[in-house]
Write a protein that binds this ligand. Structure first.
Ligand code: MIG
Length: 731
């Protein structure tokens, strides 16, 4: 009942029926030699009229890692996950679907392997929830592709999964800087004052976001002329001060005669249709809207080109929101509400009715039934019900946007941030994790999610720093900024009506702590960016769970510490009123840096094991692995403001250590053609000193600007040696 073939190094595909190709996979499948098989080992397969259930007996010690953006632990055991993209704005623990759908996970037990179910609608992964010893995967269809990656090592499984689905795209270098968002900075003058505040307070920042209120009546690809007079010169003015503007683009197109996107999309037949073939109407921010049919390649082409006017005035950075797609209600839903209200109207007493009635009252709002009411017109296929391909909508919107931006400026790296995603979107865009809350619990949720997203290929990701919904305390925002400084997307964001949470929104102490945290991040950019490029090249997560680098029974239980690149472990404080935390240090010794900023904080050597480390409000527990190095530069106001002329090299060297700094232009796709320079730093411990070597591989297109290296090297006893080296090209 399945067709099976082997591919890549240790992957087996099992194909059921005739699945619609999702484009999650880049590896060519058409030349595979399929054989009929009846089993998908090691699962037990049960097939019924509506679909297939795979089940696997789990041993008590088995762990399941993965599933990308979802709640639950890093080890997903003990919860059922429903992968069905959802605009879920309250991430409480019982929720089972968020904005993205990433049906890839790894089973770690007596035998270890990875599994990816390439199927674009609802899949349920019940990971020991209904029965604690059972993993059961329910696919409500007879048409899907399923991949098993047979390997003992989690890094190998992820690497193979990324050979299958492609390498992550690399955002421009400025995206490693700090970003400020708010729903909304509604006009030019409020954005200008945010920008001024950053510079006045001596806080680095690279981007300010434009949330939905910048548009004219929420019409996408329009800009409210009153709020943003002379928009083009405003973009230029911000650019001159080192700020990128990042406008939001939602999928829904307002139904309005004379509005060109609407008229054009309708004429070309690019909107999703209802069962009678008429443009489907749902209500979102602009009121009645149509939904572009992003699964249609011609529509994607059209959509991508809609960015051209914004690109022309110099905007190459966007976020795509609401692309699950979020639909508030439909005309039929509204009618249902009206009927309910009519039913109550005039009554004085509903008896026991409200118990039944009240839940019905809200049924029309964000109703999932809506997804069964519209269709996609795919080339050479009869219309496909949206529900059956639901998880591909956001993927194809962001992909259409990304492909358009690439066509419009072929050699400029765009920044494309998407809320919804499916496996494979990491080739085109980056993601954030949607509407969290300013709750302490969500710092831990954030940490787990960025690790799981990294396993699914989304190396660059992040959560709303400070929390989106609810009011944040200054302590919470400070601690969250310390975590955010070590996640690729470092963006502070909050909702309308909530307490402001820009760095200056609290007291002076919070302001000065946050200034130093952001500066620390900027100092780390040469390290982070080099490590990110390497992660992409090697297909290994940039934010790595501890167990992937240091596999052990103990590290498999560490969920609130993670590796930021290969040399640095971060253990953020995520509890209220805490002035320290426990941390696990795997194999070897570590250099513990109580970092407050780029130039402050004690450093001392700690042995492997479990430790309680203190961390005052201003301190972030950082740990550099033995015989690994980090490099730090002088922080700038924004990425690329000045040339980097010197670097500090820090580490605990007991034998030898090396680090290679990668330089590219940071904004074009030239790095893909190998137009990069490298600065290789090597340190070997001698009996009483260190031997430092520097080697430059210079590409004339991107000269190495560093002229001096300041070494700060610790030995096993914690004794520091400070020395300098000139960097010259002859070396
Ligand atoms: O229904 O555009 O997740 O980041 O600020 C809310 C307004 C719509 C949800 C996004 C959030 C954004 C908000 N959007």
């Amino acid at each position: 009942m399945f067709k099976s073939a082997t591919l890549l190094n240790f992957t087996t595909i099992f194909r059921a029926g005739d699945p619609l190709q999702t484009d999650a996979v880049v590896h060519p499948l058409d030349k595979l030699l399929f054989q009929e098989v009846s089993k998908i080992p090691p699962f037990e397969v049960i097939r019924d009229d509506d679909g297939v259930t795979l089940s696997l007996q789990m041993k008590p010690q088995d762990r399941i890692f993965g599933l990308g953006e979802n709640l639950g632990g890093l080890n997903k055991r003990g919860k059922a996950y429903r992968l069905y993209a959802k605009d879920e704005s309250s991430h409480t623990p019982e929720k089972s679907s968020l904005y993205g759908s990433h049906p890839f996970c790894m089973i770690d037990g007596e035998s270890s392997f990875g599994i990816f179910v390439d199927y674009p609608s609802e899949i349920v992964f019940d990971v020991g929830f209904s029965r604690s010893d059972l993993l059961s995967i329910r696919i409500p269809s007879h048409n899907f592709d399923l991949y098993i990656f047979q390997n003992e090592k989690s890094t190998e499984i992820v690497r193979e999964f990324l050979r299958l689905t492609g390498a992550p795209y690399v955002p421009p270098k400025w995206a490693f800087g700090f970003q400020q968002c708010r729903y909304s900075y509604p006009d030019a003058s409020s954005i200008r004052s945010v920008a001024e505040n950053f510079r006045k307070n001596d806080i680095p920042c690279d981007a300010i976001y434009m949330d939905i209120d910048y548009m004219q009546d929420y019409k996408i690809f329009t800009v409210d002329q009153k709020a943003f007079p002379r928009f083009e010169s405003f973009v230029k003015e911000m650019g001159e001060q080192g700020f990128k503007l990042v406008p939001i683009i939602d999928p829904g197109v307002k139904v309005e005669e004379g509005y060109s996107v609407y008229e054009d999309g309708k004429k070309k037949g690019f909107f999703c249709v209802d069962k009678d073939g008429k443009e489907f109407v749902g209500s979102v921010w602009p009121g009645s809207t149509h939904f572009p049919d992003f699964l249609n390649p011609d529509c994607r082409l059209w959509w991508g080109n809609l960015y051209k006017d914004l690109v022309k005035i110099g905007i190459n950075s966007y976020w795509n929101d609401m692309n699950e797609p979020a639909i508030f209600f439909t005309p039929a839903g509204l009618k249902e509400l009206a009927d309910q209200l009519e039913y109550v109207a005039g009554k004085e007493d509903l008896g026991k009715d409200p118990v039944d009635f009240l839940p019905k009252l809200w049924r029309w709002w964000h109703s999932e039934d809506t997804y069964k009411q519209f269709y996609h017109k795919l080339p050479q296929r009869s219309p496909v019900c949206h529900h059956d391909v639901h998880n591909l909508y956001g993927f194809n919107m962001a992909r259409a946007s990304a492909e358009g931006l690439r066509r419009l400026s072929p050699n400029e790296r765009y920044f494309m941030l998407s809320r919804s995603s499916y496996i494979g979107l990491h080739r085109y865009a980056v993601v954030w994790t949607g509407d969290n809350h300013s709750w302490w619990e969500h710092l831990l949720v954030h940490m787990r999610m960025i690790q799981s997203l990294n396993m699914a290929g989304f190396f660059y990701c992040g959560s709303d720093v400070g929390g989106f919904n609810a009011d944040a305390s200054s302590e919470l925002v400070v601690r969250w900024m310390q975590l955010g400084a070590f996640t690729p997307l470092f963006r502070n964001h909050s909702t309308k009506g909530s307490r402001q949470q820009e760095p200056w929104a609290f007291d002076d102490e919070a302001l000065s702590i946050m200034r130093e945290v952001i500066k620390l991040r900027y100092a780390m950019i040469p390290y982070a960016y080099s490590e990110f490029l390497r992660a992409v090249q090697k297909l290994t997560p940039f934010i790595s769970p501890l167990f992937m680098k240091f596999p052990s029974e103990r590290t498999k239980q560490c969920e609130d510490q993670f590796m930021f690149g290969d040399s640095l472990m971060v253990a953020p404080v995520h509890a209220v009123n805490a002035t320290g935390r426990y941390v696990h240090l795997p194999a070897g010794t570590w250099l513990h840096w109580k970092a407050s900023g780029p130039n402050s904080g004690d450093r001392k050597v700690l042995a492997a094991g479990d430790h309680y480390v203190s961390a005052e409000l201003s301190e972030i527990p950082l740990f550099i692995a033995e015989n690994k190095l980090i490099v730090l530069s002088k922080p700038q106001n924004y990425v690329g403001e000045e040339q980097i002329e010197s670097l500090t090299v820090m580490g605990l060297v007991t034998d030898c250590a090396s680090f290679t700094v990668i330089f590219d232009d940071g904004h074009s796709f030239d790095y893909e053609k190998g137009i990069v320079s490298t600065l290789e730093i090597e340190i070997a411990k001698q009996s009483s000193s260190y031997d430092a070597r520097v080697k430059i591989n210079q590409n004339p297109g991107v000269p190495v600007t560093v002229k001096k290296l300041h070494f700060e090297i610790y030995d096993q006893q914690g004794k520091v040696s400070k020395f300098e080296r000139e960097v010259n090209l002859a070396q």
